[in-house]
Ligand binder design. Structure first.
Ligand SMILES: Cc1ncc(COP(=O)(O)O)c(C=O)c1O
Length: 373
């Protein structure tokens, strides 16, 4: 395969990736292969496998693999509608919820428009905004990692077309309160889309947090909520996400921003089986939440400032040395964690909740690293 010709120009490439087509390649990503020696604690995946009922369902669905799937994902929509009372015609399904975040930007903003979002927050919506030629307006989160709602509201201008709100927030972990979300839902003008990313919704609920649906149902203006089967249903590899919208036209605009049949037959069968197995789903949320609190406690005992988390990951801020030093020590033992520049001189370590053995290995390695000069 030839390298891209230096004369080939791609504005999209420059805008989104930040480098011209034909520029030297970026350094390789960490090894994402399913190497059993590596513990992937950098992608907020579930440490539990999918439900046994999922495995049965996908095997059965594979027999019909010659046929396109139901593009409306009716079987899953029926289940979600029964669970929430949301009408099926305001639901849209995606190849993961990240897919719907991009679709939401394509459907709402363009050149000259602004989209307000926190920083740091989950990157995909911001990437979509840049892709459309609109401008990101980034509002620093509070020191505890939770979105600064007053500052978000103050950042809304007549050019704002989209407000992206991730709660609980990735990468910091903290959920916004009911009052904060209500204030935002009230302050965002009716013709501006309020996009709430609830990828960690089930963990947030387990921690006693709010359901954004209760809040946006009171809102007169436009809204979208995105959720995923990747985290609390252990289906990240299947790629199924969904959204609820304030009205049918938004749901349709999201669906039409991508090719048809975006959720495959096997992924759909997996999602339905996972949603049906309530006991297993609750076990995932409970196990991960309890292990998260244990891991957070261990980091606190080692002198880290662990931010509040209602997710399947924690963010731990070291006092003693840079987060990158801990990430390297962990990587040397096959434990992949993410060192991030936010916040303070040492940055922070973000790490997903793995098994109890993973937490023990992490804490042991961190203790060893602290003991070094
Ligand atoms: C806040 C948030 N939103 C969306 C996603 C996308 O998840 P998926 O595309 O697997 O549904 C993630 C993944 O980590 C996330 O953290």
């Amino acid at each position: 395969m030839n390298d891209a010709s230096p004369s080939l120009r791609s504005p999209l490439h420059e805008r989104v990736i930040g480098v011209p087509l034909g520029a030297p390649p970026s350094p390789p990503e960490p090894d994402l292969k399913l190497d059993p020696k590596l513990r992937r604690l950098h992608l907020n995946e579930s440490p539990l496998p999918p439900s046994p009922r999922v495995i049965e369902a996908v095997t059965a669905a594979a027999r019909d693999g010659a046929y396109y799937p139901d593009f409306a994902c009716t079987a899953l929509a029926d289940r979600l509608s029964r669970m929430t009372g949301v009408s099926k015609d305001v639901m849209t399904f995606g190849n993961g919820s990240g897919d719907l975040l991009i679709a939401a930007t394509l459907a709402t903003v363009g050149p000259g428009d602004e989209a307000v979002m926190a920083t740091p927050t989950f990157v995909t919506c911001g990437r979509g905004v840049v892709l459309t030629g609109a401008k990101k307006i980034e509002v620093p989160v509070r020191d505890d990692g939770v979105t600064d709602m007053d500052a978000m509201i103050a950042a809304i201008t007549p050019r704002t077309r989209l407000v992206y709100m991730c709660s609980p927030n990735n990468p910091t972990g903290g959920p916004s309160s009911r009052e904060e979300l209500q204030a935002l839902a009230k302050a965002v003008p009716e013709d501006v889309v309020l996009l709430i990313d609830e990828a960690y919704f089930e963990f947030g609920r387990f921690a006693g947090g709010v359901d954004a649906l209760d809040i946006v149902r009171e809102r007169k203006g436009a809204w979208i909520i995105t959720r995923t089967l990747s985290k609390a249903y252990s289906l990240a590899g299947f790629r199924v996400g969904y959204s609820y919208s304030s009205d049918k036209s938004i749901a349709e605009a999201l669906a039409k921003s991508r090719p048809s049949f975006i959720v495959g037959r096997i992924a759909l069968a997996a999602a339905c089986a996972a949603v049906d197995d309530r006991d297993y789903h609750e076990k995932i949320v409970r196990t991960v939440s309890q292990e998260r609190d244990r891991l957070a406690g261990g980091f606190r005992q080692l002198g880290f400032n662990v931010l509040p988390s209602a997710t399947n990951f924690i963010m731990a801020i070291p006092a003693a040395k840079p987060a990158a030093a801990f990430a390297s020590a962990l990587a040397a033992k096959g434990l992949l964690a993410q060192a991030m520049p936010w916040r303070g001189p040492n940055g922070a370590l973000r790490m997903s909740i793995g098994t109890a053995a993973d937490s023990d290995a992490v804490l042991e390695t961190v203790r060893e690293e602290l003991a070094k000069a």
